[in-house]
Design a protein around this ligand. Structure first.
Ligand SMILES: [Cu+2]
Length: 163
């Protein structure tokens, strides 16, 4: 009886506790665990995050993003201006040779506007990333309530802004 209960509990908890990391490969680039924080149904926008690793010897650039679930998708960064945090659009984001570009809370992010509807925890939606050299790749963005462990705590706010 107790065993049954334990197994059921484990089954219920598994999806959120061990949300599987997923990643994608395009050319020399690896896109690690695209995710988005679950938002209230009425929220007009959402943000998507991931890490792009570049194993190549040349820098690449993320030029743009597209998704069928939003009317508009932009590349954004957070900046300090007069002691206030705000975000603004950027035209592209460099992925240095042998390095990475991190899209994470309080840093670079993909901003989604005019959502047809908010995705729920556990759902996924497609996002196409277009790179200057590696080309385009469609990834699935996992919607979750918590930030993945790797990106949950940027060392400090300042460190998160040294892009
Ligand atoms: Cu933004």
């Amino acid at each position: 009886m107790l065993l049954k209960k334990t197994l059921l509990l484990a089954a219920l908890l598994t999806p959120s506790l061990f949300a599987s990391a997923h990643d994608y490969q395009v050319g020399e680039l690896q896109i690690e665990h695209p995710w988005s924080r679950a938002m209230p149904p009425v929220a007009p926008t959402a943000a998507a995050y991931f890490v792009v690793h570049n194993k190549g010897s040349e820098a690449d650039r993320l030029l743009g993003v597209q998704t069928p679930v939003a009317g508009k998708a932009e590349l954004h960064e957070h900046v300090h201006a007069d002691g206030v945090m705000k975000m603004q659009q950027v035209q592209d984001v460099v992925v240095p040779a042998g390095g990475e570009a991190r899209f994470e809370p309080m840093g670079y992010h993909v901003m989604l506007f005019n959502l047809q509807q908010q995705a729920k925890d556990g759902e996924r939606f497609p996002l196409t990333l277009t790179f200057e050299k590696a080309g385009a790749i469609e990834v699935e963005v996992a919607v979750q309530t918590e930030a993945p462990v790797a990106t949950a705590e940027p060392a400090t706010q300042d460190a998160a802004h040294q892009h």
